[in-house]
Design a protein around this ligand. Structure first.
Ligand code: FES
Length: 165
């Protein structure tokens, strides 16, 4: 592919192209406005997370400084620099959910999954995060697992919810 013009010396040294699939995407988006966010999204989909090595590769391929790539990655919460779980749990801690017990949900899940906020379970099943508002305030407290919204959650429902995954 054309963009392997010496952009990634570490890959080429071994005759390997670990980011070859991404390189094709970068070629497609190279001249498009706002391409960095799209490339980062696709890179995260392809490789699960945006490791420093991957960010470096993108920086070289786009001829941008690594600081610019890292700045975007760290600014947006949907980008992750660490491997993510198979499913993402986001408990809402917006005002409505907080006052109706959102914090108790967070505490119970932390205990059940044995993780801190932002971490992934040892078995790689769940990444655990909190959110500010997921648009279900009327039926607070609420949480998301991937793109499924669970409303009026309480700690007694958590086992049943988690067992679906
Ligand atoms: S505050 Fe939780 S859904 Fe809005």
């Amino acid at each position: 592919m054309s963009n392997a013009q010496g952009h990634c010396s570490c890959c080429q040294k071994d005759g390997m192209e670990p980011f070859a699939e991404l390189d094709q995407i970068i070629d497609l988006y190279r001249d498009k406005d706002g391409n960095l966010i799209q490339i980062l999204h696709i890179a995260q989909e392809l490789y699960g997370h945006l490791s420093l090595e991957l960010q470096q590769h993108i920086a070289e391929a786009l001829n941008k400084p690594l600081s610019e790539i890292s700045g975007v990655v760290t600014f947006y919460s949907f980008f992750s620099t660490k491997p993510r779980g198979e499913h993402t749990i986001r408990v809402c801690l917006g005002t409505a959910c907080y006052v109706r017990g959102g914090k108790k949900i967070v505490d119970a899940l932390q205990k059940a999954l044995d993780v801190e906020i932002g971490e992934t379970t040892a078995d790689g099943k769940f990444t655990f995060e909190v959110a500010r508002c997921i648009g279900a305030c009327g039926l607070a407290p609420a949480m998301l697992i991937d793109d499924v919204v669970y409303k009026q959650v309480n700690i007694n429902k958590l086992d049943a919810i988690l067992s679906r995954y």
